[in-house]
Design a protein around this ligand. Sequence first.
Ligand SMILES: Cc1ncc(CN)c(N)n1
Length: 224
Amino acid sequence: MTTAMYDEWRTTAAEPRFSEWLRLSSEPDWTEVVTHPFASAIVRGDADMYRYLVQDFQFVDAFTALLGAAVAAANSFGSRVAVGRFLGMTVADTEAGYFARALAALGGEPDPVPPEPVTEEFRSLMDEVRRGQEYPLIVAVLCVAEWSYLGWASRVREPLPDDFVYREWIDLHSGPEFEGWVGFLRRELDRLGPGLDEAGQGRVLDVFRRATRLERRFFDMAAA
Ligand SMILES: Cc1ncc(CN)c(N)n1
């Protein structure tokens, strides 16, 4: 973990990307997410997906709203198009379809299930940055959610589990298209972060760290 601020860290860093500074400054939580036992259980095909997906369905609702906020808050047409495309083509289409089929296969749509405390806290963080409409903070939360999932899902070795509930969840978070999306989010942070003053960079880091910790706690909740 680095505790140095970005301008000091980048003078000695091998890869002085702003997004890399955020990630390194979020250890050990980052590594605990991408190597989490629950993620390993998804990869093996023996995780309790129902309990996890019921909570994640509530996460994804706030996440979708956050993507909409990113479209509104972005500072270029190219960025709006990239986020809007992912929102429309992946989250509102492939991922929404996955949730409907997976929850049906696992036992049907649940009666409204109360959010677990970590789900509630994650939704609150997303709502906070959505209402604040500051694009760098919005991208920081999106980037944690997607980059950390790419981290565990791309550790998978063939063959994938036969059961579509596991296989499609892994597919949704790995492969060239998803890597391209995560690459875009990282480049947005790399583009915007260095131009912020130290206080602004500290606020992006604070949000990035809080989101990373919530990812770890979300997997802890699912594994309990
Ligand atoms: C909690 C959580 N974090 C991230 C992702 C990936 N979109 C997700 N579905 N759920």
